[in-house]
Design a protein around this ligand. Structure first.
Ligand code: ASP
Ligand code: MG
Length: 691
């Protein structure tokens, strides 16, 4: 079964009804049809007027006559001979009943007239038809009973090709005739569709589907090709006239797609309302308005696909209205839609301004992301992208689409084989060997954003090969997060190196773990071993804290920093004075801690010496110009005692700092700030993606 519903303007006159008959006969060749119609346009209003006039008065007579003439004219044009006589007689009889009907039932006659004429016409054209009396079948506010009635009525007539039913009208549970509310024929059609488990529900109207705005107010409005049920419901509930809001529920429950089509342009695919995977839905659906004439205000509603950042959307609305010289009276969001009110007089301009901002801007470029690593940074990143998609699109003109998010070992290979050029591969793993995929990815035209410092602290030849691959393929390799998390350290060094400023020295205090351990050792009475264990318990160290204490992480960071400065530093070029000596290696963790505790007098003595000299111990990775050293620099990683004049003296906890001295700058460049946390790292990765 297919249910086709035609509105008042589709059946307004004989010409339009002929179009309807064409559409219906075509559909009937494919499958059985249930045809639901409104009254001819203006008829319902006329009937309501009629009911308000004085019974037996002259005015009532005139009104009845004019309405009857409209219907008889249609019959005269659609039928000939005996058929014309027969149908006219039927309509005359109905008008007789209307004249005698109680005032509150008069409004129900419009749909009786229209469907009687159309049913007769289809029968004359040779279809096996059956007129269904919605006043008996459709029980207001009782879908179970309604569905039962309709399905039984249809089952009784297996031969019928086209059922014709009046929309809008129904009865109360006690049998009294009633209506489903103004515009209710759409709802009738949805009830017929759900009751007959129809394969499709078509609502035929006089506009090409649901549009991004009312085209009468916003000339640039365009058809929304597909939308989910909820968005259609939201648009209908907040002022879109094209669909009667209650229609959505029965169709949604029965999983029936609703097609909104234009009788006057039947080839136009219009709008399909259906269940949709979120990924396939445009972020913004449309903008509607409802007038509040009492308050002299218009309530605008910007309907989304169901997950938005309300705050940034409100800011965007207020912004674009302000640019149009319109004051936003109120703006709020329920996380799905955004509601703004403006003065009634400027409603049209406001609708156009919002439409321009959200629906007419150049389509944002879509950037496909393939994220390797589902740990803390990966999940913070995916969350960040999801919650700020609107903000990101607004600020950068880019729509980020997470096409892949995986922890699988072979993910990078899969991405290399299948991802389109121009995509970005994001490495937020701490994999030792994923870097071996980098060059291949770059050569396939994918850019890479990485927070994985292991992947950059590889032998210099491999590092250089990655950069060459990026350059030759017009893609980028960015990894600001690998040192000092979100602090712009690499960027600042590269800026200097690119403008041929010569780096004289870099001092980097970039080991969160050691900064934290050393500063806490100064400030608390705990032993060094206790503080290390506490840091481990808090997840601040590697699973084996010796990796941190050995300076291994700091070494990787120093390699990355130096190379950014143009110095092809290798691991073996760096002098490391680890916090603990080689005698700690290979011990079980328990024994390691016991030994560390036993070593407390040594740690205490170092601390006391620093303190006596008004200095503090800081774990510093440094690179200094030295004609004797490899590549003209000396690189070291060690605990340094710094005095109060040194910028690193003041940092505490997991704070990071870097001090860069260069030939052209009379004062050192100091960058200092938070260096730890998944959210921060994710923000920094995102910045590299968008930069
Ligand atoms: N004829 C009714 C009305 O004008 C129902 C409909 O058209 O949907 O409200
Ligand atoms: Mg309607």
């Amino acid at each position: 079964m297919q249910v086709l519903k035609f509105g008042g303007s589709s059946v307004a006159n004989a010409t339009n009804i002929s179009r309807v008959l064409d559409i219906v006969s075509k559909a009937a060749r494919k499958d059985r049809v249930a045809l639901v119609c409104s009254a001819i346009s203006g008829c319902t209003d006329a009937l309501l007027d009629l009911a308000r006039t004085e019974r037996g008065g002259a005015e009532r007579g005139v009104m009845l006559e004019s309405l009857k003439t409209r219907h008889l004219d249609i019959i005269r044009r659609l039928f000939t001979g005996a058929e014309r006589e027969a149908v006219s007689a039927k309509i005359e009889a109905l008008f007789g009943k209307l004249a005698a009907a109680p005032e509150d039932e008069m409004v129900t006659f419009g749909e009786l007239f229209s469907t009687t004429i159309i049913a007769e016409k289809l029968r004359c054209e040779g279809f096996r038809t059956k007129w269904l009396d919605s006043r008996i079948l459709v029980i207001k506010d009782n879908t179970t009973l309604t569905y039962n009635n309709i399905s039984t009525a249809v089952a009784l007539e297996p031969e019928v090709e086209i059922f014709i039913a009046p929309g809008f009208i129904a009865s109360e549970y006690d049998g009294k005739v009633t209506t489903l509310g103004r515009g209710g024929s759409d709802f009738s059609a949805a009830l017929y569709a759900a009751a007959t488990k129809a394969s499709r529900l078509e609502i035929w109207t006089d506009v090409p589907g649901i549009m991004t705005a009312n085209p009468k107010q916003v000339p640039a409005a365009r058809t929304i090709p597909e939308m989910p049920y909820q968005a259609a419901l939201d648009m209908a509930s907040h002022g879109a006239k094209v669909l009667y809001a209650p229609t959505v529920q029965p169709a949604m429950e029965a999983g029936i797609a609703i097609h909104i089509l234009n009788t006057f342009e039947p080839e136009n695919p219009g709008t399909v309302i259906k269940a949709m995977p979120e990924a396939e839905i445009a972020e913004w659906m449309g903008v509607t308005s409802v007038e509040d004439t009492r308050q002299e205000e218009s309530l605008l509603c910007l309907v989304s696909n169901g997950r938005i950042n309300g705050k940034s959307a409100c800011a965007r609305i207020e912004d674009c209205l302000k640019k149009a010289g319109i004051r936003t009276l109120t703006c709020s969001s329920d996380g799905i839609n955004v509601y703004a009110s403006v003065r009634l007089a400027v409603a049209g301009e406001a609708l156009n301004a919002i439409h321009r901002e959200f629906f007419e801007t150049a389509p944002a470029t879509t950037v496909n992301l393939y994220i390797a690593g589902t740990g803390a940074v990966g999940s913070a990143l995916t969350e960040l992208i999801r919650e700020s998609s609107d903000h990101i699109a607004h600020r950068s003109g880019k729509v980020l689409r997470i096409e892949g998010y995986s922890n699988k070992r072979d993910f990078a290979q899969m991405v290399r084989k299948s991802a389109p050029r121009g995509s970005i591969f994001v490495d937020v793993t701490d994999s030792e060997d994923i870097w071996r995929e980098y060059e291949g990815l770059l050569r396939e035209g994918l850019s890479i954003v990485s927070s994985n410092r292991r992947a950059l602290a590889v032998p210099f030849v491999d590092y250089a090969a990655m950069h060459a691959a990026a350059q030759e393929n017009g893609v980028f390799l960015r990894y600001e997060t690998t040192v000092g998390s979100a602090l712009p350290m690499l960027e600042s060094i590269a800026a200097g190196a690119n403008s041929s400023d010569e780096i004289l020295s870099i001092e980097a205090v970039v080991s969160c773990t050691l900064n934290r351990i050393l500063s806490e050792y100064t400030l608390t009475p705990c032993s060094f071993a206790q503080i290390v264990r506490k840091a481990q318990d808090e997840g601040l160290t590697e699973s084996d804290p010796r990796i941190d204490l050995s300076g291994r992480e700091a070494l990787r960071k120093l390699l990355i920093l130096a190379r950014e400065a143009g110095v092809p530093l290798e691991e073996e070029d760096v002098e490391i004075e680890p916090v603990i000596g080689p005698e700690y290696a290979g011990l079980p963790l328990d024994e390691f801690y016991a030994r560390l505790e036993a070593d407390e007098p040594r740690f205490a003595a170092l601390e006391a010496a620093a303190d006596a000299a008004h200095q503090r111990q800081r774990f510093v990775a440094s690179l200094e110009k030295d004609p004797e050293g490899p590549h003209g620099y000396r690189a070291s990683i060690k605990v340094k005692n710094v005095d109060a004049t040194h910028p690193a003296y003041r940092i505490t906890g997991t704070e990071n700092a870097i001090i860069i001295r260069s030939a052209y700058h009379p004062y050192p460049l100091l960058i200092q700030g938070a260096g730890e946390g998944a959210r921060l790292a994710a923000a920094s990765v995102l910045n590299d993606i968008l930069r």
